[in-house]
Design a protein around this ligand. Structure first.
Ligand SMILES: [Zn+2]
Length: 133
């Protein structure tokens, strides 16, 4: 069965993030001028306005900041998975990312350590998701 959920559209700004994910790396953009590490990426640093940006591999570790359980499938591709979880993950490097956390753990608590896992959803796209560490 083909993948029928929304897919990311890699472009010149976020391309390194998706290329890294395909290789099993969680990539974060940082500012070479002030060191600010951010997500999502941008052409210009929101802290110092420098356009001198680069990428580094993140540890893939973070903490669970919040989560919800989706009980309605807004896309047909999710019908077989509801309820599924959407979470805010505070990465060790600072940025907060929106992702999925697996449904295998029943005792989620705020601040729990999590780690990235990579879900190769198509031949071209791998999506970083999280699980309890
Ligand atoms: Zn900066």
């Amino acid at each position: 069965m083909s993948y029928n959920k929304p897919l990311p559209r890699p472009d010149t700004t976020n391309g390194p993030f998706w290329a890294g994910a395909k290789q099993g790396k969680l990539m974060l953009q940082y500012c070479k001028a002030c060191g600010d590490t951010r997500f999502p990426p941008s052409h210009i640093c929101p802290k110092c306005l420098s356009s001198d940006q680069d990428w580094k591999e993140a540890s893939g570790k973070g903490t669970l900041q919040s989560w919800i359980e989706m009980h309605r499938a807004y896309w047909d591709g999710y019908k077989g998975e509801i309820p599924y979880r959407v979470a805010l993950i505070q990465l060790e490097e600072g940025p907060v990312v929106v992702s999925n956390i697996d449904n295998n753990s029943d005792n989620l608590r705020l601040g729990q350590p999590v780690t990235v896992v990579f879900d190769a959803v198509t031949d071209d796209v791998t999506i970083p998701k999280f699980t309890l560490a």
